[in-house]
Design a protein around this ligand. Structure first.
Ligand SMILES: Cc1cc2nc3c(=O)[nH]c(=O)nc-3n(C[C@H](O)[C@H](O)[C@H](O)COP(=O)(O)OP(=O)(O)OC[C@H]3O[C@@H](n4cnc5c(N)ncnc54)[C@H](O)[C@@H]3O)c2cc1C
Ligand code: SF4
Ligand code: SF4
Ligand code: SF4
Length: 380
C-alpha cells in the first residue's frame, strides 16, 4: 500500500514515527532515497499515518514578519558554519540553559542522522550543511517525549519541520523550529559511491567531510575531505559530487515540486545564504559568510532577541533575499533526461564519467565563476 504518490513523498518520516503498530519501515529505493513501506499484515487501518503526513495535509503557511542580513560576531564559529553562523548562536543559547537541540550529524560510516542532545560537545558535529538527506529515525518521538519538561530547538529541511509539526499535531510552547532554505537533497547512494571512489583513488580513509569549507571564501566555497594522510580540497565546479548536486541531476523527486518552499514554510525562523548581499549591503560582505534570516512567528522573534547581542544585524526586505537566491522560493527545474541518465548508469559509470556526461559545467559558467572570484578579491 502506498501512502502518498511516490514522486510527492519527501521522506520526512512522520508516518513512520506515528504508527503505533510498527507497520511502517523506511526503506531505501534503487535511487538511494528512503520511502515508507507499509506491512499490510500489521496495519490496522487506523489512519494516523495519513493524518500525520504533511504532503496529504499541507500545514498552513506562517506569515513572514521580518527579514534580516545577519552574521555571528564570533569569527571562529562563523567560519566553521555554512553561512553566518546563526544556528551556532541559537544552539549555544539553548545548550547554555540546559535545553535541547536537534540537528543532523554524520556517524562513523557517513550516514547522516538527526539527533537530539543537550551536550555542548555535540555542537561541532551538528554544525554545517551536509548535502544529503538526513535520517529522522524515531527523532520525532524522542522530541515529543522531551517536550513536556524541556525546551527543544529543531533545525532541518522545511519538509522535516512540517513533518515534525504534523506528527505532533498541535502547537507546543516548548518547541522552537528553524527551517533551512533548501534547494533539494541528493541521493545517498551517489554520496556513498563518491566517498568510496575517493578512498579508492587516494588509497586512504576518510575521517571528515566539509561541504562548505570557507578557506577560499564564502561564495567560492569548496569541499574539504580530511583523510588519514592527506587532505582533498575540491572547488565546487570541479568536484564530481557537488556538480551532480548543484546541477540538480541527482535530487529526490519530491524536491522538483517542493510543497515547503519559503512562502509555505511553517517554521519559526528560516535560515539561508544571503547570496545577493552585494546588491543590498555590500559593505557587510567580508567573504566569511552572511545569513539571510526570515522571522515568521513570535517565537522566531524571541530566538532573534536571545542572540541579538552576539549578532551583526541589518533589516531588509524578502525581495532583497529572494532576488539573489531564487531557489529559496521556487523548486528546481530538473533536466529529466540527465537525471534519468545518472540513475540508470550510476552502477556502471564512475563519478568522473557521470559528471562529464550529465553535469559538465559550460565554458560560459566557468568564465562567470572565475570573474566572480576575481571580483570577490577586489571587493575585499
Ligand atoms: C540540503 C540542504 C540544502 C540547502 N540549500 C540551500 C539553498 O539552496 N540556498 C540557501 O541559501 N541555503 C541552503 N541551505 C542552507 C544553508 O546551507 C545553511 O545551512 C543555512 O544558511 C544556515 O547556516 P548557518 O551558518 O546558520 O548554520 P550551519 O552551520 O549551516 O548549520 C545548519 C544546521 O542544519 C542542519 N543540517 C545540516 N545538514 C542537514 C541536512 N542535510 N538535513 C537537515 N538538516 C541539516 C545541521 O544540523 C545544522 O545544525 C541548505 C542546507 C541544506 C542542509
Ligand atoms: S493506518 Fe495506522 S496501523 Fe496502518 S500503517 Fe498507518 S498508522 Fe500504522
Ligand atoms: S509522512 Fe512523510 S515519509 Fe510518510 S508518506 Fe508522508 S511525506 Fe512520505
Ligand atoms: S526541496 Fe523541499 S522536499 Fe526537497 S528536501 Fe528540501 S524541503 Fe524537502
Amino acid at each position: 500500500m502506498e501512502l502518498v504518490e511516490k514522486r510527492k513523498c519527501c521522506g520526512c518520516s512522520a508516518c513512520y514515527n506515528v504508527c503505533l503498530k510498527d507497520a511502517i519501515v523506511m526503506k531505501e529505493d534503487n535511487e538511494g532515497f528512503k520511502y515508507p513501506i507499509i506491512n499490510d499484515e500489521l496495519c490496522v487501518n487506523c489512519g494516523l499515518c495519513r493524518k500525520a503526513c504533511p504532503v496529504l495535509t499541507v500545514p498552513p503557511a506562517v506569515k513572514i514578519r521580518k527579514c534580516y542580513a545577519a552574521f555571528s560576531k564570533n569569527e571562529t564559529n562563523r567560519l566553521n558554519s555554512s553561512s553566518g553562523g546563526i544556528f551556532d548562536l541559537i544552539a549555544r543559547f539553548f545548550l547554555g540553559n540546559n535545553d535541547y537541540i536537534a540537528g543532523a550529524c554524520f556517524d562513523e560510516k557517513f550516514s547522516l542522522n538527526h539527533i537530539i542532545t543537550n551536550k555542548v560537545e555535540d555542537l561541532e558535529k551538528l554544525k554545517g550543511s551536509k548535502y544529503i538527506q538526513s535520517n529522522i529515525n524515531f527523532l520525532y518521538c524522542e522530541i515529543r517525549d522531551a517536550l513536556p519538561a524541556n525546551k527543544v530547538m529543531f533545525v532541518g529541511t522545511p519538509c522535516q519541520v512540517a513533518g515534525l509539526k504534523s506528527f505532533l499535531g498541535k502547537e507546543n510552547d516548548n518547541l522552537y523550529t528553524v527551517g533551512l532554505f533548501c534547494h533539494g537533497v541528493p541521493s545517498s547512494k551517489i554520496f556513498h559511491k563518491y566517498l568510496h571512489e575517493m578512498e579508492e583513488r587516494y588509497k586512504d580513509k576518510i575521517h571528515r567531510i566539509e561541504f562548505r569549507n570557507k578557506e577560499a571564501g564564502w561564495s567560492t566555497y569548496q569541499v574539504k575531505i580530511t583523510m588519514g594522510h592527506r587532505i582533498y580540497v575540491g572547488k565546487n565546479q570541479d568536484d564530481n559530487y557537488m556538480q551532480l548536486f548543484l546541477q540538480d541531476v541527482c535530487l529526490r523527486p519530491s524536491c522538483e515540486r517542493c510543497a515547503f518552499k519559503l512562502y509555505s514554510q511553517v517554521s519559526d525562523l528560516v535560515l539561508g545564504d544571503f547570496w545577493g548581499i552585494d546588491n543590498v549591503y555590500p559593505e557587510l560582505n567580508d567573504q566569511k559568510g552572511i545569513s539571510a534570516v526570515v522571522v515568521r512567528t513570535v517565537k522566531g522573534k524571541e530566538l532573534m532577541r536571545s542572540i541579538s547581542k552576539d549578532l551583526v544585524l541589518k533589516e531588509c526586505t524578502l525581495k532583497n533575499i529572494t532576488d539573489g537566491n531564487p531557489g529559496a522560493a521556487h523548486s528546481v527545474l530538473v533536466d529529466q533526461d540527465k537525471r534519468r541518465g545518472v540513475f540508470e548508469h550510476m552502477e556502471a559509470l564512475s563519478m568522473d564519467e557521470l559528471k562529464k556526461k550529465y553535469a559538465a559545467t559550460s565554458f560560459k559558467t566557468r568564465c562567470k565563476n572565475e570573474l566572480k572570484k576575481v571580483w570577490g578579491k577586489w571587493g575585499q
